[in-house]
Design a protein. Structure first.
Ligand SMILES: C[S@@+](CC[C@H](N)C(=O)[O-])C[C@H]1O[C@@H](n2cnc3c(N)ncnc32)[C@H](O)[C@@H]1O
Length: 309
């Protein structure tokens, strides 16, 4: 497989500073990079840890795992699995958890991965190419209603119904959609309006990618898991790239940043707040100018609160 581009890490200084803030110079402890990608954040974290520090990374993508093998550092290890497996770590074992969500540039820019309407390639879009169904396989048998629901929900696409009908009609006439270019053409024919500066297939591609990788479900699971694995005072740093992700992170932090009363047991002590929201940070103009993919990034930082005795 040809990898055509490197990944420019978004909010590199800001994310690593936020993650390690308060841990002192050269901290020890167990840190987690839940989305290794090409290792931009991981390498920077390693450069700041003490010899007793440890960094555990996750990535679903076998190419990310290959890249991680180049890091020769006994403090570093990586797991080839989804970050919902954060839940497998011992309670209170992590000094900080970083998630830089979405896809890496090499994933988008490699035609064979099928993530982009800008290049023709097989309609795959799986982050983990070693398991699960590709988008082409799913579209080959999904019902029109299911396809429309996915495109509407995860793409916020007004023309989800006509797009789903066009996909199924084409399947009945000439067989399943197999390539990114075929899908982009079908969508362009079904979307009746144009958003300035945006390819009409943008929303549909985003929706299918989110769905096939169960991105939002896994994000929710990983956020819940972070509450148990973070030690008190540990930081949760999450970089999102679209509003559906950011909404989940924002609501999660808000929900756990207040005491929760059980309305069925009004005299019981409230469940204490478990997170403190610290910051919401966007890339500055210089970063966006240098790396246009940073323009939609939003980073949220929260701290695991002390658990009262
Ligand atoms: C934006 S890139 C991370 C880039 C990285 N911070 C860097 O500086 O190189 C996102 C990475 O997260 C991985 N990823 C996305 N969702 C994941 C999940 N649920 N579990 C594990 N890895 C995931 C993708 O495969 C991709 O490699």
């Amino acid at each position: 497989m040809t990898t055509t581009a490197a990944h420019t890490t978004v909010l590199l200084d800001e994310a690593v500073d936020a993650l390690l803030a308060g841990a002192g110079d050269a901290p020890a402890g167990q840190w987690v990079d839940a989305t290794f990608g090409r290792g931009g954040h991981s390498r920077r974290i390693l450069s700041r840890l003490s010899p007793q520090g440890r960094l555990l990374a996750f990535d679903k993508d076998p190419e990310a795992i290959q890249e991680a093998a180049r890091i020769q550092d006994a403090r570093f290890s990586i797991r080839h699995e989804g970050f919902r497996h954060l839940a497998d770590l011992p309670v209170g074992s992590a000094a900080g958890v970083l998630m830089d969500l979405g896809v890496s540039s090499p994933q988008i820019d490699t035609p064979e991965r099928g993530f982009s309407f800008r290049f023709d390639g097989p309609l795959d879009m799986r982050m983990d190419t070693t398991r699960g169904q590709s988008v082409a396989e799913w579209l080959a048998s999904a019902e029109v209603g299911q396809i429309a629901e996915v495109i509407r929900e995860y793409g916020e696409e007004r023309f989800a119904g006509p797009i789903a009908k066009a996909i199924v009609a084409r399947r009945q006439e000439r067989g399943p959609v197999a390539s990114t270019a075929e899908l982009a053409d079908l969508v362009a024919g079904a979307v009746k309006t144009r958003e300035p500066g945006q390819n009409p297939a943008t929303r549909t591609f985003q929706a299918l990618r989110i769905f096939i990788n169960a991105e939002l479900e896994e994000l929710q699971q990983a956020l819940e898991a972070s509450l148990s694995v973070l030690r008190p005072g540990g930081r949760l740093v999450v970089i999102s790239f679209h509003s559906l992700e950011d909404r989940i992170v924002k609501q999660f932090v808000a929900q756990h940043s207040k005491e929760v009363y059980d309305r069925r047991a009004p005299f019981a002590a409230p469940q204490p707040m478990r997170l403190k929201a610290l910051a919401r940070i966007k890339p500055g103009a210089a970063e966006v100018a240098a790396n246009p993919r940073a323009r939609s990034a939003v980073m949220r930082v929260a701290e695991r609160t002390e658990v009262p005795a």
